[in-house]
Write a protein that binds this ligand. Structure first.
Ligand SMILES: *Cc1c(COP(=O)(O)O)cnc(C)c1O
Length: 374
């Protein structure tokens, strides 16, 4: 028998289904021999970063012969001012994905458990499984619920035991766009044992506009077992630089710091994120454009007779009412990349990032064409 290196791979890692990212534009154009494609597949800000962040990127480039500030002092100071918290409550990450992995590394072992919802962000199962901990997945709300496919907090609470160290709540959730309301989230956190950390992932909070949408970052003084994660990848337009952070009790931040790579956030990302925080105008403009894009795309989908889900983010989950992969493929041929979500157990659905007006128009035209080619 030839030696199989797979036998060396740690058992929990063997079971991981790798994360499938949105298709990069370069890959599509290489494979299909086309050009001028657009990507509405990874929920990036279609306008990219604002002018202050762009200038900071150019400035920081002059410093890249040196290691970055491993403590991220300047960015943490700016974040502490934004959130009204102490510096030692902040953990910086190479994207918030990094912070989610650090949480799993610092708090999960083979004898503990983590809870998240069906259809929740795909990074949670990967981070949990790698540690050998047991994942408990709560059934989502039904497709006909007022918050279709959203987190069912009662079902999640029912899975929490004395072994549960982490509970993940994506608010709003990706790929569904659904959210949990302020009152229910607060009751949920209050009801859980202090031996369970509740991680509220607020990657898209800048886009949320429902009056009952909670900002859990304001509750850290009340709940020592609350962790809130944020990112510069979405509304701030810095997805390619990889910077995000967690807000938590200092003792939790100290634990994360023990597993954190010494220089996990690079010099350019630190500088750009700090500058981006000063450019709230860019965020405001981006959020306003997102709102207009949403109205435009909803009207287009209505015309096409397609059902879509309510969203508090910069993306829409669309129900194609038939297998979505052929539609995805046909759209690729028109140079429009969207995201199939079969990996989430939603084979008839596409997740579409809201783009610029020109991109949205092109996406709808490609979708309409893909629907008639059946
Ligand atoms: C995009 C996203 C993130 C952010 O990932 P980064 O690593 O910060 O780029 C986190 N959570 C959810 C739910 C997301 O969709």
């Amino acid at each position: 028998m030839p030696f199989d290196p797979k036998s060396l791979v740690a058992l929990p890692v063997r079971g991981i289904a790798p994360y499938v990212p949105g298709k990069p534009i370069e890959e599509l154009e290489r494979e299909y021999g086309i050009s001028g494609s657009i990507k509405l597949a990874s929920n990036e800000n279609p306008f990219g970063p604002g002018p202050l962040a762009r200038a900071a990127i150019a400035n920081a480039a002059a410093q890249i012969g040196f290691y970055p500030d491993g403590n991220g002092y300047a960015l943490k100071r700016a974040l502490a001012a934004k959130h009204g918290c102490a510096l030692d409550c902040i953990t910086l990450g190479n994207g918030s994905n990094d912070v989610l992995v650090m949480l799993a590394e610092a708090f999960l072992t083979q004898s503990t458990e983590a809870v998240y919802s069906q259809y929740a962000f795909a990074v949670y199962p990967i981070a949990v499984q790698a540690t050998g901990a047991t994942a408990r997945v709560a059934k989502a709300l039904s497709e006909t619920d007022a918050m279709p496919l959203g987190h069912d907090l009662s079902a999640m609470a029912a899975l929490v035991s004395e072994r549960t160290r982490l509970v993940f709540v994506a608010n709003p959730n990706n790929p569904t766009g659904t959210f949990v309301r302020e009152g229910s989230l607060r009751d949920f956190i209050s009801s859980l044992p202090k031996t369970t950390l509740i991680v509220v992932d607020e990657a898209y909070i800048e886009y949320a506009d429902d009056p009952e949408f909670p900002d859990a970052s304001g509750w850290l003084d009340e709940f020592s077992n609350l962790v809130v994660t944020r990112t510069f990848s979405k509304a701030y337009g810095l997805a390619g630089l990889r910077v995000g952070y967690a807000l938590s009790h200092p003792v939790i931040a100290d634990a994360l710091n023990r597993v954190r790579q010494a220089f996990n956030v690079n010099t350019i990302a630190l500088g750009a994120a700090e500058a981006a925080l000063k450019d709230q105008e860019h965020v405001t403009r981006s959020v306003a454009a997102n709102r207009e894009a949403l109205a435009y795309i909803r009207a287009g989908l209505d015309k096409l007779g397609l059902r879509y889900f309510p969203t508090q983010g910069n993306f829409l989950l669309v129900d194609c009412a038939r297998p979505a992969l052929p539609i995805y493929d046909a759209m690729l041929r028109s140079g429009v990349i969207v995201r199939p979500v079969g990996g989430y157990g939603l084979p008839n659905h596409l997740r579409i990032t809201l783009g610029t007006p020109a991109q949205n128009q092109r996406m709808l035209a490609a979708l309409e064409q893909a629907l008639v080619l059946r």
